[in-house]
Design a protein around this ligand. Structure first.
Ligand code: NDP
Length: 480
């Protein structure tokens, strides 16, 4: 059985304890590899390596740092197919999705920040001809990057690329559920000649090795993407230590469809924003609000399209909905479908686990599920389900739908469908979300600020925001 290893000080090593955990293929429901059960001892080793590497990496000419990271991007492109297959096996997503979204985006992340760092300028302010202020931004030091399981290599690189580009050295932990592509990535770093200790990747349990990263006094900043409950725990450890913190957390995003929308575009994109990656994307629009005059037409067409989505073997090119990431997660999703029924919801399609034939007979598959008849206030519409489950609700006025949209504790993203430009601006300004898409979804420009309001997070990633996060700002004022 394949054994994944930690990447510390430029080498692949077993965890100090010698203990390994099972890694499960969610489409087959069986163990297919082993991952290190790392602990505080491994964090100490990684920290020693990262501290040793920091002076040279942070002082390296930015073009040289950039070349190192671009080389890794080239190797990701070279290995695209193998990485896509590995991501699909490890996570359960269709390989066709990993091939066009996850892996291309991972190399784009590396290249974007590799080149971005070259253009990351400092500022100067002349004060009334009497003084010159100049502002410098220097790398904060050794940082911790912790990422979730839904878009494994995509979100892993989204964090480490700006950290490395800014000149920090990094200790990173992917989710224990999806460690494989981060492991393959560590091999690419070795091949690319990344200096030892610049990036260290530790595998294992969040509450054990993840928590040890957060607690380590040598690690000065934490960039975390994951659930809101974990985010709170991380903040409660890191804040009293005055660590810099960036938290990208959960969402319960509204998808608002006005009657004057382009119906076909709204419909087909809403199918994607509901069920892409089995609904396991923090930006999925899990609450669909449709203006009453369009409601029935939209519901009928949406249910029809949902029924036609091919569920099954992620390796099959025709599959649109793969396996959920784990049995525990599948049970959580199914329990929310139960809850929705208890709360008075009516299931128009889906609602059940799918038994796929052949090698995937024991996999964790759930039908795309559409629920109507619920109030915006019920738990099903307030809590993040993170699976292929959406609710559809009618509304009559803008004020009403804004009250519904803003009624959760989350504020990550929102989607608005209307051909009325004034309305698009008006509603965008009043939805309490950090990311708003009008007449599109998940249309990304990596320069834009990315992150949520309320309990969806603290801080923003993307573009200069990310490079600023990983640097310490110093202003020097010189009197003329
Ligand atoms: P979790 O919060 O469970 O885990 C995220 C990461 O944190 C994992 O690597 C996990 O390790 C680790 N972790 C868990 N506990 C601790 C701890 N005490 N200290 C340090 N690290 C810890 O989230 P999921 O992996 O379940 O991801 C799904 C969540 O992520 C959803 O809520 C989703 O909305 C959110 N998300 C947010 C995004 C955004 O940009 N805002 C993007 C994508 C997802 P392990 O897995 O080994 O337990």
């Amino acid at each position: 059985m394949q054994k994944i290893q930690n990447y510390i000080d430029g080498k692949l090593v077993d965890p100090r304890s010698g203990n390994f955990l099972d890694n499960i293929n969610p489409a087959e429901g069986k163990v297919y590899s082993l991952i290190p059960d790392s602990d505080a001892g491994d964090v100490a080793d990684a920290n020693a390596a990262a501290q040793k590497a920091f002076p040279e990496w942070s002082a390296m000419a930015v073009e040289k740092r950039s070349a190192n990271l671009s080389k890794i991007a080239d190797l990701i492109d070279r290995d695209l197919e193998a990485l896509a297959v590995a991501e699909s096996v490890d996570q359960g997503k269709p390989v066709s999705l990993a091939r066009v979204v996850d892996i291309p985006r991972a190399s784009a992340n590396m290249r974007f920040f590799a080149t971005g760092a070259i253009h990351f300028a400092s500022e100067a302010h002349i004060t009334d001809q009497e003084a010159v202020n100049y502002t410098t931004r220097t790398p904060v030091g050794v940082v911790g990057c912790i990422s979730p399981w839904n878009l494994p290599l995509y979100l892993f690189t989204w964090k480490i690329a700006p950290a490395l580009a800014a000149g920090c050295t990094v200790i990173a932990k992917p989710s224990e559920l999806t460690p494989m592509t981060a492991y393959l990535f560590s091999k690419l770093c070795i091949e690319a000649g990344l200096p030892p200790g610049v990036l260290n990747i530790l595998h294992g349990l969040g509450g054990k090795v993840g928590q040890a990263i957060i607690e380590h006094p040598g690690i000065t900043a934490i960039s975390f993407t994951g659930g809101t409950v974990t985010g709170k725990k991380i903040a409660s450890t890191a804040a009293p230590m005055f660590k810099k913190l960036s938290l990208e957390l959960g969402g319960k995003n509204p998808n608002i469809i006005f009657a004057d929308c382009d119906f076909e575009k709204a419909l087909s994109t809403s199918i994607q924003s509901s069920f892409a990656n089995q609904g396991e994307i923090c930006l999925c629009g899990s609450r669909i609000f449709v203006e009453r005059s369009l409601y029935q037409k939209f519901v009928d067409a949406f249910v029809e399209r949902s029924k036609n989505l091919t569920i099954g073997d992620p390796a099959d090119e025709k599959t649109k909905v793969g396996a959920l990431v784990s049995q525990a997660h599948m049970e959580k999703v199914l329990s929310y479908i139960d809850l929705a029924q208890k709360e008075g919801g009516r299931i128009l399609t889906g609602g059940k686990q799918v038994r796929v034939s052949g090698r995937c007979a024991n996999g964790f598959f759930v039908e795309p599920t559409v629920i109507v008849g619920l109030s915006h206030e019920c738990r099903t519409n307030q809590e993040e389900i993170f699976g292929p489950v959406v609710t559809i609700m009618p509304f009559d006025t803008e004020d009403e739908v804004l009250a519904y949209a803003n009624s959760t504790t989350y504020g990550l993203s929102a989607t608005i469908w209307t051909e009325n430009l004034k309305r698009a601006h008006r509603v965008s300004a009043r939805v309490k979300s950090g990311i708003i898409w009008v007449n599109c979804w998940l249309f990304r420009d990596l320069r834009t600020p990315f992150g949520g309001m309320k309990q969806s997070g603290v801080g923003r990633e993307g573009g200069w925001e990310a490079l600023k996060f990983f640097t310490e700002t110093r202003n020097v004022c010189i009197k003329l």
